[in-house]
Design a binder for this molecule. Structure first.
Ligand SMILES: Nc1ncnc2c1ncn2[C@@H]1O[C@H](COP(=O)(O)OP(=O)(O)OP(=O)(O)O)[C@@H](O)[C@H]1O
Ligand SMILES: [Mg+2]
Length: 445
């Protein structure tokens, strides 16, 4: 028989609710109430017998976090005032494995078969969504860092909290009005008028109305495809500016849904809305933690060695970079990272294709600044940058460019510990540094 058990959080909720009720654990009224839910047409009385699947021992199992047959589990949750979805522990359930009128539109979402760690990120976002009712969350980070994978895992974990879960990719940059009308049509609802209106603004209002009627989780992946080339970060391409209106309204209007977007760059409308006490948040992700990165290298088939630490550090735990470099290590060095590292070079290889896409969008001044940081012997301060670049470039221009590079997750900030007076310095990840020197030396040397 199929069973459910409570998650860790679910169990603490169950125990708290039982205590708050002021009733004893073995009060037979619990079982009478659950029996009424399971079989409403019969009369049930304290002392039993109770409905099928309902007994003192099942109730005790439920209260202590052991698995219980699904109908009884759902009835017990209801008796304590919970929706079973917020209590059950079913992390591996498939997205399509849903019941009770839930609707999932998974569209072209990639399948995630292997997932390591990211516990902190998932806990943080769950809290924002479930406890603090955030309406818009941006997962930000450089290419290959794991944004899409994390967003999928989040949807898997939280799907029971929502009536509707929708996944959309922006990889092929759909025009904003088409994207919006597709989204409106995807939300099943017979009560809110779904006839599309003439203006984008009125359709945004309609979407918000639907999102207030149903609790939806909408994941929108790959926002960077909408941003301009050769410009500062987070600026929409001509013809795509209406996306800013859409995301602004999603973040600013009252509704009960949550939109999670992934992007290399922080969109400007989000800069206006975000705040740790506001319903719009950003989560900038970095590479995998050491343990997860080791698991990934092991899965790739590398021979386990103490040198892994150095490899992980060089590629900053970026899972895509580690996968690509593992492939080279397997091909050329029989899986031995030590021999690869002895070459004493930062290998960019196939990664340059991914970096090309990201660098296509950055402005000339950003490239110039990056080149100066990449060719400096050590991390540089803002004043040193200005000297290196040209005195004709003003201080505020440098700040604007640095801010843009930070929004693209392309620079690393170094602050000396225990020193309030030391100036902030900037550097680049080794692989980005190598790429920039290779690509731009003929232009800026
Ligand atoms: N937590 C993880 N555990 C295992 N593999 C991971 C994890 N995160 C990412 N990966 C792997 O790393 C690769 C890159 O991940 P993903 O596509 O999610 O990155 P991304 O940040 O969305 O990249 P892009 O910016 O190019 O869209 C994928 O092959 C993915 O399977
Ligand atoms: Mg992605």
């Amino acid at each position: 028989m199929d069973t459910f058990k409570a998650s860790k959080l679910g169990l603490s909720k169950i125990q708290q609710a039982r205590k708050d009720s002021g009733r004893k654990r073995d009060d037979s009224e619990w079982l009478v109430a659950a029996s009424k839910i399971l079989c409403p047409d019969s009369d049930w009385a304290p002392g039993g017998p109770y409905a099928e699947g309902c007994s003192e021992s099942t109730w005790r199992r439920f209260l202590t976090g052991y698995s219980v047959a699904i109908p009884a589990f759902k009835a017990f949750c209801q008796v304590l005032g919970f929706d079973w979805r917020e209590i059950a522990d079913r992390p591996d359930a498939d997205l399509e494995d849903l019941s009770d009128g839930q609707y999932i539109d998974w569209d072209s979402c990639p399948e995630v078969t292997v997932f390591y760690d990211r516990t902190l990120e998932l806990t943080q976002m769950s809290e924002w969504i479930c406890e603090e009712n955030c309406r818009l969350i941006a997962i930000l980070g450089m290419g290959g860092i794991g944004k899409t994978t994390l967003a999928i895992q989040l949807a898997k974990q939280l799907k029971y909290r929502f009536e509707i879960v929708i996944w959309r990719s922006l990889q092929y940059a759909p025009p904003p009005d088409k994207f919006l009308s597709n989204l409106i049509k995807s939300i099943p609802n017979s009560l809110v008028e779904k006839q599309l209106l003439n203006t984008l603004e009125s359709n945004i209002v309609r979407l918000i109305e639907l999102c207030n009627y149903h609790r939806c989780l909408v994941i929108i992946d790959g926002l960077e495809s909408l941003f301009s080339k050769n410009d500062l970060a987070g600026k929409y391409r001509p013809g795509y500016e209406d996306y800013a209106k859409l995301f602004y309204q999603i973040g600013a209007s009252i509704h009960k849904s949550c939109f999670v977007i992934t992007s290399h760059e922080k969109p400007r409308e989000i800069v206006k809305l975000e705040g740790h006490k506001r319903p719009v948040r950003c989560l900038k992700i970095s590479g995998l933690q050491k343990r997860a990165a080791r698991q990934l290298l092991q899965e790739q088939g590398l021979v386990e060695e103490p040198e892994w630490e150095l490899l992980i550090q060089r590629y900053r735990g970026n899972p895509l970079a580690l996968k690509i470099v593992s492939d080279t290590i397997l091909e050329l060095f029989n899986g031995k990272s030590s021999e690869f590292l002895q070459q004493n070079t930062i290998f960019v290889g196939q990664l340059s294709e991914f970096l090309d896409m990201q660098f296509e969008r950055i402005s000339e001044l950003e490239k110039k600044l990056l080149y100066r940081i990449a060719t400096a012997e050590s991390p540089v301060t803002i004043s040193q940058m200005r000297e290196k670049i040209s005195p004709a470039v003003s201080h505020s221009q440098i700040l604007e460019v640095l801010e843009s590079l930070a929004r693209r997750s392309l620079i690393e900030k170094i602050t000396e510990k225990n020193s309030d007076s030391a100036p902030v310095m900037f550097t680049l990840q080794p692989v980005v540094m190598k790429y920039i020197v290779n690509q731009f030396k003929h232009i800026f040397q």
